[in-house]
Design a protein around this ligand. Structure first.
Ligand SMILES: [Zn+2]
Length: 95
């Protein structure tokens, strides 16, 4: 079964056919051994992504409260779709 893993050293997100909580791996960027930590696909993660990225991409104070709620729900839907694509190994290439 495919799962999403994150390199503990560089933060790279990869897809692996494994159920382990973590996998020993070699980090190309840091040129040393690292661990890929399994990322759980759940609402809490989506929520964290939303909190981390949404305020960085939008100057939210210029939006009305109703618009902020819309943006938040659109963003969490997008994040959920993205995580599902990563997990299923379907990659979108945008030029
Ligand atoms: Zn790495």
């Amino acid at each position: 079964m495919n799962n999403i893993y994150k390199c503990r050293l560089c933060g790279k997100i990869v897809n692996r056919d494994s159920d382990k909580k973590w996998i020993k791996s070699y980090c190309d960027q840091h040129r040393k051994y690292s661990r890929l930590m399994r990322i759980e696909l759940n609402d809490k993660l989506i929520d964290e992504l939303c909190k981390e990225f949404l305020p960085n991409y939008f100057e939210l104070s210029s939006f009305k409260e109703r618009e902020i709620l819309l943006l938040e729900s659109a963003f969490s839907q997008g994040a959920a779709v993205m995580m599902n694509l990563l997990k299923n190994g379907n990659y979108i290439h945008v030029k």
